[in-house]
Design a protein around this ligand. Structure first.
Ligand SMILES: *[C@@H]1O[C@H](CO)[C@@H](O)[C@H](O)[C@H]1NC(C)=O
Ligand SMILES: *[C@@H]1O[C@H](CO)[C@@H](O)[C@H](O)[C@H]1NC(C)=O
Ligand SMILES: *[C@@H]1O[C@H](CO)[C@@H](O)[C@H](O)[C@H]1NC(C)=O
Length: 256
């Protein structure tokens, strides 16, 4: 049932986002109608890559803004962040809300972002690195590697998952993983001016072994660990935040 709601949300989201050109993410001077904002700087990459980045930023901004305000009386929040008894009325509730507010495009209190395809930290050689945070000096920077541009857009991921003939399955959360909007929102959550306390990638030890809580299997393990109250950890896991925004079933009721 929960997965079904998440899938339904994704379908609705895809319909809502198609054809609505979103302004890029801009935490300092947001302007949804301005096209490429002067506070978003591109470096490197070709026109096709910039176009994909703009789409992904717009989708990520939409995802983040849908996390505000979070209705914690939803199964989804429990599945991602932990048992509601550990969240509602605690400082964690405010922290989660504020992090999404800072990640959303209409926030006015944060910085300014550079997007680069120039691999400033030379990490794109790794076969698994699609993007990374490259904060330096006053401004946050997000760096995008060739692998990023091989991923599906959010709309493509949703279409793929909905089409069993194409190999997809709408109830398999892995089909939505690694889409470009999720990757962008994941890294927005990492930006110093956004995640407070800092959102790092947290490990999970559930079901033996120790793994970074990335991807549906492991962030779900991390969420399950909340039986022992580790909301202090889930709120610091970027993938939990990004995937929650995508699966927030509050969208279902607000869209119907
Ligand atoms: C947003 O951008 C549009 C188009 O560039 C411009 O006309 C409008 O004045 C801007 N709004 C704000 C609040 O800056
Ligand atoms: C971001 O872009 C601005 C304007 O091009 C530049 O002055 C600044 O140094 C850049 N910052 C980073 C971290 O790349
Ligand atoms: C998290 O787990 C990975 C193995 O997947 C390990 O390499 C890394 O050191 C762990 N990180 C921390 C902070 O324990």
């Amino acid at each position: 049932m929960r997965l079904y709601l998440i899938s339904l949300t994704l379908l609705i989201l895809s319909r809502r986002s198609e054809g609505t050109a979103q302004a890029p993410w801009d935490v300092r001077r947001p302007n949804r109608t301005a096209g490429v904002s002067p506070a978003v700087h591109f470096a490197g990459g070709d026109a096709a890559q910039r176009s994909q980045l703009e789409q992904a930023l717009g989708d990520a901004a939409l995802l983040a803004s849908k996390g505000i305000p979070i209705n914690f009386n939803m199964y989804a929040a429990m599945e991602f962040f932990g048992a509601l008894g550990y969240i509602i009325g605690t400082s964690y509730e405010r922290i989660i809300q504020d992090n999404f507010a800072r990640a959303a495009p209409h926030s006015t209190d944060a910085g300014y972002v550079n997007l680069t395809c120039d691999d400033p930290a030379q990490r794109c050689g790794s076969p698994t690195t699609a993007a990374y945070n490259a904060e330096s000096g006053a401004y946050p920077a997000l760096a995008f590697c060739p692998l990023f541009f091989q991923q599906r857009s959010m709309a493509e991921a949703i279409r793929y998952a909905a089409d069993p003939d194409g190999g997809g399955h709408r109830w398999d959360l892995r089909n939505y993983d690694h889409n470009q909007a999720l990757i962008v929102l994941h890294h927005i959550m990492h930006i110093n001016a956004v995640g407070q306390p800092p959102i790092t990638d947290v490990n999970t030890t559930y079901h033996g072994g120790e793994n970074r809580a990335l991807g549906p299997k492991y962030w779900k393990y991390l969420g399950i660990e909340n039986e022992r109250d580790n909301v202090a950890q889930t709120i610091r896991n970027a993938d939990t935040c990004a995937q929650y925004a995508m699966g927030d079933n509050r969208l279902v009721s607000s869209s119907c």
